[in-house]
Design a protein around this ligand. Sequence first.
Ligand SMILES: Nc1ncnc2c1ncn2[C@@H]1O[C@H](COP(=O)(O)OP(=O)(O)OP(=O)(O)O)[C@@H](O)[C@H]1O
Ligand SMILES: [Mg+2]
Length: 746
Amino acid sequence: MSGLSWMDVAGSNDAAQDPNGWPAEEQLLEGLNPAQRKAVVHGGGPLLILAGAGSGKTRVITRRIAWLAARGGVGLDGICAITFTNKAAREMRERVETLLPTRGSWISTFHAMCARILRRDVETLGFEDGTRYTRDFSIYDTADRNSLIKRIVKDLGYDTTRFRPAQVGAWISEQKNLARRGEGEDSLVEGIEHEVLRRVGERYQETLRAANAVDFDDLLLLVLELFDRHPGVRDSYATRFRHVLVDEYQDTNHVQYLLTRHLASAHGNLAVCGDPDQSIYAWRGADIRNILDFERDFPGAEVVRLEQNYRSTQAILDAAQAVIRHNSQRKEKELYTEGEAGEPLGLLECGDENEEADQIALRIAKLRSEGFGYGDLAIFYRVNFMQRALERGLRLAGIPYRIAGGVEFYQRKEIKDLVSYLKLIVNPDDDVAFLRVVNVPARGIGDRSLELLSGWAADRRVSLLRAAASSEARSQIRGRAKKGLEAFAGLMENLRDFAGRSASEALEALLEETDYLTWVVQSSEENAETREENIEEFRANAETFDSDDPEGGLRAFLEDIALVSEVDSLGEGEDAEGRVTLMTVHAAKGLEFPVVFLPGLEEELFPHFRAVMDEAGVGLEEERRLMYVGLTRAMKRLFLSWARTRTHFGQSSWREPSRFLRELPQDLAAESEPDEVDLLGAYDDREAGAGLGEGDWVMHEHFGRGQVERLRGSGVNARATVRFPSAGTKTLLLQYAKLTKLGAGS
Ligand SMILES: Nc1ncnc2c1ncn2[C@@H]1O[C@H](COP(=O)(O)OP(=O)(O)OP(=O)(O)O)[C@@H](O)[C@H]1O
Ligand SMILES: [Mg+2]
């Protein structure tokens, strides 16, 4: 059959063609090296793929899914594959679907998988107090969680500035997961504070239950409870899935490990892959022992190592390996590339964070002229606050960008409002959603009326919407609010039937009944137009969702939205092609870009100061792994930078270059492109920028008039430090800065 392309095979009546249109072996194994093939065709039983960055682990998992579905006789719905982010899941699904003539797979994140399981089976799970969740449960994202916690802290009479919702939320989340490990409570918090946290935590969990709502932790914990307490349910999944595959296994936590075990319990057909050097979520409970102990936990495991990197140039790979070798807690792995040596790394030393952003913008312009598109470029930062300066620099230079972590879209007021309405249609007990929209658009319902309503509801243990629908409850409330509540309850009653309809039908009905768009347009807020556009975009999202998943309906749509976790979404539908991507290094895991910028390589920033302070050095090793992840995302070009001063919380401080820069091989840095600022080499102070002298006044196109304070470097490296009265002091590369001399200083 060699010589025929896949299309030929698929389209012919050749005897070799699979009668169901499944692809031939050759096609499934094309573009894989022998070790990768071995992993793809591995029959059954536990399989551990242990390999460094860019060696094709994710490619192997993807092909193995297709292989098992096509050749292993289990079909696509007999396979459960788990990835770390929604984006990774989507990509994997798309690739598998182009390989196979079938759709409908369980390729998702742990959270999405658990949400799906709970939608089917949560009603099996009863609690001690006789209550149970129904399949219409709401999923609370972090913002919902925090707003609920804030309300509880206030209701219990504590100070929300001392007990900040985000911190309390993080504590609760940690406790829930710790409890699962049987490790008891966090002993760090003691005394009164501890008592408060506990009370808030208890009330939080009760309130969630009463609102038929779960948070992200509950999604996983409830499935675990379901599997532990109901072996029948567990077995139905463990036998339905004949194979279980997990990517990025080094970052699974204990609960995820237990879930994986349950899923593989009937057959032991579990394939995991990972790279211990890329374990970067210990701070969130990931347990590297899961991958290190795999062979002990799953006896008889076959181990496949992949040693060839297909992603990066030699220069990039050398840099990454030089850095990671400084970790003591690791096993050395082979990793080589047959690819090109590649360009040396670019190293930039900058005056401050604004100059750093400007320098990056200049590089980007240059890379564009070399043929790279904006979509090829990514900037990864260690800490979120760095985003602001970078954005500013890109905006000034007119460079289009997008920011990953696009909960943003769903956190916008108008979208959050509409989503809350939709949630309330599906789950009338969702009090967080109720409080968000009961007075939007305004219905004259104030805090006092809501307090009365809450009291009535709490006494009778019913939700706020049910209370609002009761004329007895409303009789306690006077005036406009009374009418408002009645109108709201009536509105929700009218919309109730849309719970079982498609996402766009429900949304259209909602917009019509509430007249929300008119309200937005008529509001005098200056950004009414943007808000209208956002609503249009949301409508389009709903339509796309319906056409992609005609069976799903409103419930599945809401689930999809809820699961867009902080880590990952990249603003669906935005044209990724034409924009530079900005994201945290954590979020970049598993991705690759032709060009990567890593700014902020300074002590106490990257490595983060908490890690630098950690005497045991554990935190530092995790930071180094994070650096390794950042470096290994780059395919062709890599730019590293740091700034001598940086402002944070209004405080400007002097910075030291990161130790990770010193850990790079010197020759990679020394051979920087001629027009890169040579960070590690000595500066030549003698030959200063031609024609300019210290003290001269100059003109800059963005920063205006300024006075030259210092000149350094020569030729393409010549730089001037200029004090601009309107923009502060900047160090500029003369080659790019286009300074016009105004006159000599005195
Ligand atoms: N045998 C191969 N031939 C050519 N290209 C390959 C091969 N295997 C993988 N690649 C390519 O190499 C790149 C890295 O692969 P992949 O993302 O699967 O690696 P990974 O091990 O999952 O990386 P990470 O550790 O960063 O998650 C991808 O662009 C992939 O398409
Ligand atoms: Mg991968």
